[in-house]
Each structure stands twice: as structure tokens, then as C-alpha cells.
Design a binder for this molecule. Structure first.
Ligand code: SF4
Length: 310
């Protein structure tokens, strides 16, 4: 078992924001996009009265809407204001940090190369801060097609949930083309993504099979599968829950590694362990590579209302 695994501070805060909003204002609470990329979390909140929508226009006027941990562009904030929605912004503060960097570099007329996955909500939100300055670099293959205004006024930023090793490679390739490309002021790949990758590397070296608990649309969970395969695991699979595990994966395997993405509740990991125990994998050892103590306060709009109640 890798440690750290599972919930990061940004996911914990976003899920709590919906839970506390339901308690404070009552159902329905609308949530734009999946609050975090995990099927189980979304279903659990739906059962409690959260209504997940794709776009702000689906939310009835003057209703309450929570923005997901992945962040939204200024256009979404404007639309919410036009519809007189009450908003609770659960954007992870570490995503907001990247938005602020984008705004600052754009205001200084830099071209910004945003390394990330096309179509991911976080990338859409960040790019929306300065669309005329930002272009997406989606992996090594897109480095060749980058076109810039001024190669001496160029910075790269990234999505928070990328593979650290792959991003280092992409940046190195970009710097071959643009030697004066400058780095972000601090790491954009967040502490939780980095720590989970460090932890999976340790167990992958010891395990023939690594099971990563996480949903298919979870970027950081998918990266854990790739990192496990690159660091010694013969096989690695992403499973939404224990029922996804196939018996044939376990044949001939003596050591299984288990970890989970940053949006995965621990109960799903416990179910995976129970399933593995039923197949004879009963001795569980936790390998802790980094200690985590990051916590974020609830979104301020919600804290204000909660305080007013006291
Ligand atoms: S994975 Fe990182 S950026 Fe995303 S919510 Fe968690 S802490 Fe924030």
C-alpha cells in the first residue's frame, strides 16, 4: 500500500463544500461539472441532493451553484453573475495559484505555453484567464507545432495533475526550441500529485501488479498507472472499485501494490483490500514515502454564511 494515497486537501475541501452547502442551504445544490473526478463521490452526493450539471445555463436563476475543484474561467463567473446565481467556488487553491500566474504573465505580455491535456476542465479554466496569450502543449508530440510571438518573452505553466517525469521531458524539448523559455515561479504540479507519484514508484519496484483505484476521467489517477509501469510493475490497472478487478490479473502474482488517486475515498481502497484478501493477499504492508499535512479552509462564501449562523 502506497502512502500517501487518496484524498488530497483540495478534494477534501471541495467535497466538504458540497456537503456543508447541502446542510446550510438545503437541497437541491447545483454543482457545475463533477465536483471531483470520482464516480462514487458524485453518486454519493447526488443521493444527498446535489444536482450535477455540465453548464451554468442549466442552473435555474438565483439558485446555488458550486464550482468544482478543477476551476472555472472568468466567462463562467460572468455567466453565473448574469443568472444571479449564488456561487460557492470550490476551485482548489493550487489551481487558483496557476490562474493567478497566467493572469500575471499575460498582463506582462508573455506568451504562455500551458502543458496539459486537451479538453480537461482545469486546462479550460486556466486557458480562459487569458485565451489570447495561452496555447496548450499536450505532450511531447505537440512541441513541434508551437508558434510564438516573441521567443524571448515566453513562460510555461502546467496542469496540476501531470506526470512529473513526462512534464520534465516536455519542458526540456520546449527549451531546445526556445532556450529563453522561463519556468513558473513555483511548481504547478501540485504536492499531492507529486507525492502520490513518488509513493507509487516505491511500491512499483516491489510489485508485479499495481492496482490504482480511481475513475477513468481522473488525470492524476491515470498518471499513477503510467508511473507504476515505468518504475517496475509488470502490469498496472485503473479500477473504479473492487468489482473491476479481474481474477486473471492475480494469477502468478505474489506481490500486489495498491494506491489511489487524489479524488478517491478510502472506503473504496478498503474494498479492494478485502477483495485481494479473499484471493490470499492478506498481509498488508504500508510504505510511507512522504508525510502530508496540507489542509485548506472551506470556500470563503460558505464560511461567511456558516459564521453568520453561529
Ligand atoms: S490534486 Fe492537487 S490541485 Fe487537484 S485538488 Fe488535489 S491538491 Fe488541488
Amino acid at each position: 500500500m502506497a502512502k500517501p494515497r487518496g484524498y488530497c486537501a483540495g478534494v477534501d475541501r471541495a467535497v466538504q463544500a458540497v456537503e456543508r452547502a447541502l446542510e446550510q442551504y438545503g437541497a437541491p445544490i447545483y454543482v457545475r461539472k463533477q465536483i471531483v473526478h470520482n464516480t462514487h463521490v458524485v453518486k454519493t452526493l447526488e443521493a444527498r441532493g446535489a444536482v450535477f450539471v455540465e453548464e451554468t445555463e442549466e442552473v435555474p436563476e438565483e439558485a446555488i451553484v458550486v464550482f468544482s475543484a478543477h476551476g472555472v474561467s472568468p466567462a463562467v463567473h460572468r455567466e453565473a453573475a448574469q443568472r444571479r446565481l449564488k456561487t460557492v467556488d470550490a476551485t482548489c487553491p493550487l489551481v487558483t495559484k496557476v490562474h493567478n500566474e497566467a493572469k500575471r504573465f499575460a498582463s506582462q505580455d508573455y506568451d504562455i505555453l500551458l502543458i496539459g491535456h486537451e479538453g480537461h476542465e482545469e486546462v479550460e479554466g486556466t486557458a480562459g484567464e487569458a485565451p489570447e496569450h495561452i496555447q496548450l502543449v499536450d505532450g511531447l508530440d505537440s512541441v513541434g507545432s508551437v508558434r510564438v510571438k516573441d521567443p524571448d518573452r515566453l513562460v510555461w505553466l502546467s496542469q496540476t495533475t501531470l506526470s512529473v517525469d513526462e512534464t520534465t521531458e516536455t519542458v526540456a524539448r520546449l527549451k531546445e526550441r526556445f532556450p529563453n523559455l522561463i519556468d513558473p515561479p513555483s511548481d504547478d504540479i501540485c504536492y499531492a500529485t507529486q507525492n502520490r507519484q513518488v509513493a507509487v514508484k516505491e511500491i512499483a519496484a516491489e510489485a508485479e501488479l499495481v492496482i490504482v483505484v480511481g475513475s477513468e476521467n481522473s488525470s492524476n489517477s491515470k498518471r499513477l498507472v503510467e508511473v507504476a509501469l515505468d518504475h517496475g510493475a509488470d502490469a498496472s490497472y485503473l479500477v473504479d472499485n473492487a468489482s473491476f478487478i479481474r481474477d486473471e490479473w492475480l494469477q502468478g502474482v505474489t506481490t500486489v501494490g495498491v494506491t489511489s488517486g487524489a479524488s478517491v475515498p478510502e472506503e473504496l481502497v478498503a474494498e479492494v483490500l478485502a477483495r485481494l484478501a479473499a484471493h490470499g493477499f492478506e498481509d498488508v504492508e504500508e510504505v510511507e514515502s512522504v508525510e502530508e499535512s496540507v489542509r485548506f479552509a472551506l470556500p470563503h462564501e460558505l464560511r461567511k454564511d456558516l459564521r453568520a449562523e453561529v
